[in-house]
Design a protein around this ligand. Sequence first.
Ligand SMILES: Cc1cc2nc3c(=O)[nH]c(=O)nc-3n(C[C@H](O)[C@H](O)[C@H](O)COP(=O)(O)OP(=O)(O)OC[C@H]3O[C@@H](n4cnc5c(N)ncnc54)[C@H](O)[C@@H]3O)c2cc1C
Length: 536
Amino acid sequence: MALAAARGLTDRATARASELTEGGKRIDDHQVLAERVAYAATEARAAAELMAFVERTGGKLTPQLARLATAGICGLAVSARDRLNLVLGDLRIADEEVDTFYDADVRAALRRGAGQEAVREIGREVAESGGRHRLPLDSTLEQVRDTVRQFADAEVAPQAEHIHRHDDLVPDAFIEQMSEMGFFGLSVPEEYGGHEMGNLAMILTTEELSRASLASAGSLITRPEILAKALLAGGTDEQKKTWLPRIASGELMVGISVTEPNVGSDVASLSCRAERATVDGEDGWVIEGAKSWCTFAGRADILAVLCRTDPDPAKGAKGLSLFIVPKPLDSGHEFSFTQPGGGRLEGKADATPGYRGMHSFTLSFERWFVPAANLVGGDAGEGRGFYLQMAGFAAGRLQTGGRACGVAQGAVEKTAEYVVQRSQFKRPIIDFQLTQYTLGRMTARLAAARAITYAAAEAMDEDERAAALLAAQAKLLACDVAVEVTQQGQLLHGGWGYAEEYAISRYVVDALVLPIFEGVKPVLELKVVARNLFAA
Ligand SMILES: Cc1cc2nc3c(=O)[nH]c(=O)nc-3n(C[C@H](O)[C@H](O)[C@H](O)COP(=O)(O)OP(=O)(O)OC[C@H]3O[C@@H](n4cnc5c(N)ncnc54)[C@H](O)[C@@H]3O)c2cc1C
């Protein structure tokens, strides 16, 4: 009932928003409305995916899982309705029409499903299980999840705090072990040296690593995934054979360089130039310009750099091309490399409150030479860089949905442990109703984020282009859930939640970056989610 109500109302709102924006063409004239509708539709979609997940579990449906899913779905249905409330006038949807979807029976069902009794029950169960609430999966995927979890618990978790507090680089030992375990090639086709286990296996791996630490292991697979997907979408056969096996094996670490100091969301306006040149008798391109926020750029063996190859700014996105740029390695916070032909590449990591371990660099390219063979797509790839990069970003968003679920899971576990151990007013704080409710709600929100992320992963296996919207919606919701859940967990830790000694403080600052990269939240909502939804 909750799902039908949320779907009915958000479908109606989406249809009206589509009319008002002329199929998404005039979103900028209705940004606030578009954002609300896009988000509410995402919540309805997450509710549908959580329902579908539960329906598929068959014999594995326990009363706990049913309660969790019900609370998740009802919570999303309430939130979608409330979110649309302020723009109903603009959408020309009358209150009476809302009531046809959310009638008295539905409202009563929502009060039961997302009500405090049910959610507190979840909170108590989560505290008892130490937060280890997981959605059931098939046996192969359960095995993947368990294997990664063992590695993350044994190797990553013990070092995560030190790496964060000292802003160390991800240790090479993690990369070596993850390479040996095949983590970098999970979604790469077998013919290119990958394991072809599909996107869900890749997401589960990312999630389990991020549960231990977003920055010291959970984010290592993201950049290889983005470049692999861009190469699969538009690389030449030769390029796929050259680069994919080395990416899949973990031999090559990758950086993705799109953002510039003055250009972020408006990717079509990038100004970093690449010009054809012959250097020391070799044909290729020289790159000139500045880039910013290039994560892992020091340790990376190759950077995927989006450059303007057509100097005419009027060409916009059609003037951009994607290059695979090899470079030497450096494990510090600053580097400067020169090429025999005179090219120079300098980098300096920008200090950040979280996401330490990965190090994100501002880069300066001065006539840095790249062989002609490294233009993705060959000569035919000239001017197609934007399209290829966007294919990569769809994968990146899915990846980030997985990372967000992992961070939120880590926060739920740390909080579940804490509220049992901490006593105030002569009782463990889990005995208080509000603690139970908050922990239960954190878990129900996480279940919704997981369901939409797993659904996006499976949809990506079927048809990557068609799944781009769902991947963006998964990223949108899961990243918000990670921010919310980590902050709720921090509050339940009280003052100790603010101490670096307690992992929850790291989860909070790490989560904050999630809604920013791979499309900052407002732009993701408007330019990807709303635009796709309203065009449909
Ligand atoms: C830790 C970290 C790591 C990163 N790693 C990478 C990486 O590896 N590679 C890479 O290329 N980039 C990376 N990024 C960059 C990231 O992708 C960008 O920060 C992001 O795309 C947003 O760009 P921006 O920061 O320039 O924000 P802007 O584009 O300036 O946007 C700022 C705000 O302006 C508003 N806004 C902008 N446009 C619109 C609009 N059309 N309508 C309404 N509102 C609008 C929104 O509120 C938005 O949040 C990283 C960033 C961080 C913080």
